[in-house]
Ligand binder design. Structure first.
Ligand code: HEM
Length: 125
């Protein structure tokens, strides 16, 4: 990454990607293209997951981290528990990914149909 022009932000970081770990960098991750959620398990040998800091750390770390983590679990729980989901077109979900500006995106957006599950009818009506 040495050939990327860099400038310091007001927070002291290089504003280019130098301070960010490329999510697919084989120097940083073992088998970077494989889905291995266990890399983020606490107390895992090698602890490679510790280098992933989505909320930053220290004095300027994200103050919304606790809130965001609670909301993510809550929202996912609500989506699963309160709604019935169906595939559109009955095809298998295409899991092909593309890289765009350091983000891994689905090549083909997920399309799904949802409606409130039976247990939600009373709540919503
Ligand atoms: C998934 C959700 C979120 C992610 C991934 C995220 C990530 C981050 C990151 C990476 C930073 C910069 C940390 C650093 O420079 O070291 C940051 C800063 C910040 N975040 Fe979040 N954040 C999230 C949600 C939230 C929420 C819900 C709030 C408020 C309710 C929030 C408020 C802030 C504020 C105020 C800062 C600036 C802190 C400072 O400069 O001192 N964030 N966040």
């Amino acid at each position: 990454m040495g050939n990327v022009a860099s400038s310091k932000s007001s927070r002291g970081f290089n504003t280019n990607t130098e301070w960010r770990l490329n999510v697919m960098d084989p120097k940083a991750w073992s088998e970077p293209t494989i889905f291995k959620p266990e890399r983020f398990e606490k107390d895992r040998k090698g602890n490679e997951g510790l280098q992933w800091m989505p909320f930053g750390v220290g004095r300027r770390g994200c103050p919304g981290e606790g809130f965001a983590k609670r909301m993510l679990g809550l929202m996912l729980g609500i989506l699963i528990q309160c709604f019935d989901w169906e595939q559109v077109g009955g095809e298998m979900v295409d899991m092909t990914t593309i890289m765009e500006r350091d983000f891994i995106l689905k090549a083909k957006p997920l399309e799904a149909m949802y409606m409130p599950s039976k247990s939600m009818f009373n709540v919503l009506s």
